[in-house]
Design a protein around this ligand. Structure first.
Ligand SMILES: [Zn+2]
Length: 314
C-alpha cells in the first residue's frame, strides 16, 4: 500500500498566474521588495489584499510568530506564499494558526516546494526540515512567467536541483510505481529541456519532480551536498557533482544522462574546505537520506565520493 499527497488544485502553464482568481482579503506573504512584488501582484490581477513583505531569507519561527501576531486579528481569507522557498515555508507553517487555506505561487522553481509536505524553518538558529501533511498547499500556481528576470546562474542551479531530486527520488527505496512515474517523466522533460534549449519547460519538470520525490525522498546525492551547503555553496550547484558521484556509486540508470545535463549547464568544480573524514561523519549521520538510498553506503564509500568530488572525478 502506498500513499501519495499532492495539492488539491494545481494550476500550471503559461497564463496560470493571471488566469487564477484570488479571493478578496487575502494575505500575500513574500520576501520580494515592493518594485518586484508590485509587478507580480499586477500580473495576478489580485484586488483588496494585504501584503506582508518582511519575511527574512532562511526564515525562523520568529517570522511565523511576527506574521501571526500582526495579521491574525485582520482575519485574512487565505494566505498566499508568493516567492521562493522562504515565503512558502512561512505560509506553510502559519496557515493553521490563521485557520485558513494556503495558495503557493513559486517565483523561483527547482525545489518543487509548492508540491511537498516539507517545510524548512530555523529553530534557535538551526535549520530544521519538518514534514507534516498540513504543510501541503490547497492550491499551487506554477507559471513559467517568472523565469524571465531570474539570473542565469540561479536558473541553472535550480534546474540542477530538480534533476537531482527527480533521479534520486526515482531510485529511492521509499518510492512506489506512482512516484517513479512522476520522477521519471520529470527527468525526461528536464533532460530534453536542458539538452535542446527549452527552458520554458523547467517549471513543469520541477513541479513533477516535486510531486514525485516529495512522496518518497532524495538519497545519497543530497546527503553529500549538505557539507558543501555548510560552506556556503548553493544547494543546486553542489548537487551537480554530488548527485553525479552518488549515481555512479549506486550504478543508477540515470548516471550518464544526469552528467550530460551537468555538462550542458556548464558547472565547474567543487571544493571542500572541511577535512574529508569529518565531513564523512556528518554525511553518515544523515540517516534520512542514506537509509532510502538504493544500495548500502559505508563511511569508506562516502570518503571516496567526497575525494572524487574534490578532485573533479565525477
Ligand atoms: Zn534539493
Amino acid at each position: 500500500m502506498h500513499t501519495v499527497r499532492i495539492p488539491k488544485v494545481i494550476r500550471f502553464g503559461e497564463g496560470a498566474l493571471s488566469g487564477t482568481e484570488y479571493p478578496r482579503n487575502a494575505l500575500v506573504v513574500t520576501t520580494a521588495p515592493p518594485e518586484m512584488s508590485g509587478r507580480w501582484l499586477d500580473r495576478m490581477g489580485i484586488r483588496d489584499y494585504m501584503l506582508y513583505d518582511r519575511v527574512t531569507p532562511e526564515p525562523s519561527m520568529e517570522d511565523v510568530d511576527r506574521l501571526v501576531s500582526e495579521y491574525k486579528s485582520r482575519s485574512p481569507s487565505v494566505l498566499i506564499g508568493l516567492g521562493g522557498g522562504s515565503s512558502m515555508d512561512v505560509v506553510k507553517y502559519s496557515a493553521r494558526e490563521f485557520g485558513v487555506e494556503k495558495i503557493l505561487v513559486p517565483t523561483t522553481f527547482g525545489t518543487g516546494a509548492e508540491m511537498t509536505t516539507y517545510c524548512v524553518l530555523k529553530f534557535d538558529g538551526k535549520k530544521k526540515l519538518l514534514r507534516e501533511d498540513r504543510f501541503l498547499a490547497d492550491m499551487a500556481v506554477v507559471d513559467p512567467y517568472f523565469l524571465e528576470g531570474t539570473p542565469e546562474q540561479i536558473v541553472k542551479n535550480s534546474v540542477c536541483d530538480a534533476c537531482a531530486q527527480a533521479t534520486e527520488g526515482y531510485d529511492s527505496r521509499l518510492g512506489s510505481e506512482l512516484t517513479r512515474t512522476l520522477c521519471g517523466e520529470a527527468f525526461d522533460i528536464l533532460h530534453d529541456a536542458i539538452m535542446n534549449g527549452r527552458p520554458e519547460n523547467y517549471p513543469y519538470g520541477s513541479m513533477l519532480s516535486g510531486m514525485g520525490f516529495g512522496n518518497c525522498s532524495t538519497t545519497l546525492g543530497h546527503a553529500l551536498s549538505y557539507v558543501f551547503s555548510n560552506e556556503g555553496i548553493p544547494h543546486g550547484y553542489s548537487l551537480s557533482a554530488c548527485t553525479a558521484v552518488a549515481h555512479r556509486h549506486n550504478k543508477s540508470a540515470f548516471y550518464e544522462r544526469f552528467k550530460e545535463c551537468v555538462e550542458k549547464l556548464g558547472f565547474g568544480g567543487l571544493d571542500l574546505k572541511a577535512d574529508v573524514g569529518a565531513a564523512a561523519d556528518v554525511v553518515m549521520a544523515d540517516r534520512g537520506h542514506l537509509d532510502p538510498n538504493p544500495v548500502p553506503v559505508t563511511r569508506d564509500d562516502v570518503v571516496r565520493c567526497l575525494e572524487d568530488i574534490k578532485s573533479g572525478n565525477v
